[in-house]
Design a protein around this ligand. Structure first.
Ligand code: KG4
Ligand code: ZN
Length: 330
């Protein structure tokens, strides 16, 4: 007998996350052990430290979700576990733990592409996405555009050629002495500044790919070369460049692939300037803007369970081994 639930396990970066989700995307329980307080003293995620923290947290987090929900794990439909892309040591902790639990409980296990989890996260708890949809994923690890015609019909149409936008925020934050994570504090500073520095907008005029490393370097060169700058103005100018690029790419993507909804997920979806600019774009384009709750937009176990249901439905099982490539395929 099955209880109709999948347990999702996510350890690809700096969150140890577990979620329990039914076939319609209802979240029965979810827990996330964040490592932000551990990594903020390094100004970024320190891979070896991340792996060790996952080892400490993974079993307590699984236990918390099982106790919250009161389910019998031997009756799970499956365990879904992130196989990549991500930090290899961190991924191994999730994969090994999930494999052991699956063997011990006698339930199937499905390897899940982390990005497929993000792309499906917008339909957790309630169905928000109207297909065909355009998805902008903007997190610390990723910046990409994907076209979705249905839950398993996903095509990657744009990706970053180097850094993610969240990474650029975090690095600029560090240069300005504002700490980690950079997003919220850089946005706050930007709100009090004037965007009067002409930072570059890399590859804004063609294609759907992104590049943020040149912008990051331009900020660094500016800080070294100039004197008497105001943190607020540098932040405002940096944020303006990021927003111009993100919105230009979304506009081009919607023009190329007519869509019913634009979905924005990932930690940078919390950004007030991004939310405001996206609302304006969607008004103009006559597209429904979908900003799911942040707890499902940032790394969590529920989205991995949600995507695992899609893999089961499409009979498209992937091996329970780390995925070393950075693609969305498989
Ligand atoms: O999705 P997420 O929580 O973790 C990853 O999977 O990477 O994204 C974290 C990223 C960090 O780079 C952080 O600086 C950024 O999201 N972030 C923001 C804001 N809040 C978090 N960026 C811009 N504005 C924010 N308010
Ligand atoms: Zn992620």
């Amino acid at each position: 007998t099955s209880n109709g639930l999948i347990l999702g396990i996510e350890t690809s970066c700096d969150d140890t996350a577990v979620g329990l989700v039914d076939e319609r995307g209802q979240v029965v329980a979810s827990a996330v052990a964040s490592q932000v307080l551990i990594h903020n003293r390094y100004g970024g995620v320190y891979p070896e430290v991340a792996s060790r923290a996952h080892i400490d947290k993974i079993i307590p987090t699984v236990r918390m979700v099982l106790e919250d929900s009161g389910v019998n794990p031997r009756e799970l439909e499956a365990i879904g576990v992130t196989r990549g892309p991500g930090l290899i040591g961190s991924l191994m902790v999730g994969l090994d733990t999930a494999s052991g639990l699956a063997a011990g409980w006698g339930v199937p296990i499905v390897g899940v592409n982390h990005l497929r989890g993000h792309l499906r996260s917008a339909d957790l708890e309630e169905q928000r996405v109207e297909f065909p949809a355009m998805i902008l994923l903007v997190s610390g690890g990723h910046t990409l555009l994907a076209r979705m015609n249905g839950p398993s019909d996903i095509k990657l149409i744009g990706n970053t050629l180097d850094d993610s936008v969240g990474e650029a925020y975090d690095k600029v934050s560090r240069m300005l002495g504002l700490g980690y994570p950079g997003g919220p504090v850089v946005d706050r500073m930007a709100g009090a500044g004037i965007p009067n520095i002409p930072f570059p907008r890399p590859v804004i005029n063609h294609g759907l790919d992104f590049s943020f490393s040149g912008l990051k370097s331009a900020v660094m060169r500016y800080l070294e070369a100039e004197k008497g700058w105001k943190v607020e103005d540098v932040a405002a100018s940096f944020v303006a460049a990021c927003m111009d690029v993100l919105i230009a790419k979304c506009r081009r993507a919607l023009a190329t692939y007519p869509s019913s909804s634009l979905v924005i997920v990932g930690g940078v979806a919390a950004s007030p300037p991004l939310r405001a600019a996206a609302a304006q774009l969607c008004d103009e384009a006559g597209v429904r803007l979908c900003l799911p709750p942040l707890k499902w937009s940032t790394d969590n176990g529920a989205m991995i369970a949600m995507a695992a249901w899609d893999y089961l439905a499409s009979d498209n099982h992937t091996p329970v081994q780390p995925q070393t490539s950075l693609t969305i395929e498989s």
